[in-house]
Design a protein around this ligand. Structure first.
Ligand code: PLP
Length: 206
């Protein structure tokens, strides 16, 4: 048995189990999503993910950043739209908004609600289409007050839960509290697959 060096990341450790799983994809499955109708490991993973976080839809994507772009697109974000973003985050959150030529507006955070509620309402009054709350370092915010405000202004809530896969509050998983949630499976995350990500939602339109 080998022990993980506490100064390194578990994601750097893999053995024949992972090697065989990858070879199995090459030999017996498909390496492209749309190559055939055969169920792939990714399809199975999406099914497991839906069960794990208890949501209706899950989509595996190439990384958390493309997950955020996909989620924003699902929320109909277009060039010029204002999107409110937690000011304390990894830069990919705002970058995803910029990728769609939309405008990221940094918002003060609050450790209780995710956002400073007064700042949030002031920005909502100026008009915006979506808000991205960031669940950093395994944290899951109590978002009921934020959701109440967003419903009042008819604005979508995207959870950047790239750093919070598996975190829970009031029996709900991070990523399933808002309209759509995004996970990253990059090296430093709770689970890793080299590079990877997923989005989850209960909203068929998204
Ligand atoms: C909060 C946050 N959002 C988005 C991302 C982007 O994820 P990825 O590196 O998988 O594109 C990360 C990754 O570090 C992150 O920490």
């Amino acid at each position: 048995m080998s022990y993980i060096n506490p100064n390194e990341y578990g994601s750097l450790y893999f053995d024949s189990k992972e090697e065989n799983a990858i070879l199995n994809v090459f030999k017996n499955e498909k390496i492209f999503r749309y190559a055939s109708d055969k169920a792939s490991t990714t399809d199975k993973f999406e099914e497991m993910l839906k069960k794990k976080v208890n949501c209706k839809y899950a989509l595996g994507v190439t990384n958390g950043t493309s997950g955020l772009i996909t989620a924003l697109t699902g929320c109909d974000i277009k060039a010029g739209d204002r999107v409110l973003v937690s000011s304390y985050t990894f830069l990919a959150t705002a970058l995803a908004v910029k990728c769609l030529e939309a405008v990221p507006i940094p918002l003060n955070i609050d450790l209780q609600n995710g956002f400073d509620l007064q700042d949030l309402e002031e920005e909502l009054k100026k008009g915006c289409k979506a808000v991205i709350v960031v669940q950093l370092q395994g944290r899951c915010f109590e978002l009921s007050k934020v959701k109440c405000l967003l419903e009042k202004y008819n604005v979508k809530l995207i959870e950047d839960s790239c750093q919070a896969f598996g975190a829970k509050i009031n029996d709900k998983y991070a990523g399933t509290i808002g309209d759509v949630g995004v996970y990253s499976f990059q090296q430093f995350k709770q689970i890793s697959c080299g590079e990877g990500g997923a989005i989850v939602t209960n909203n068929k339109t998204i």
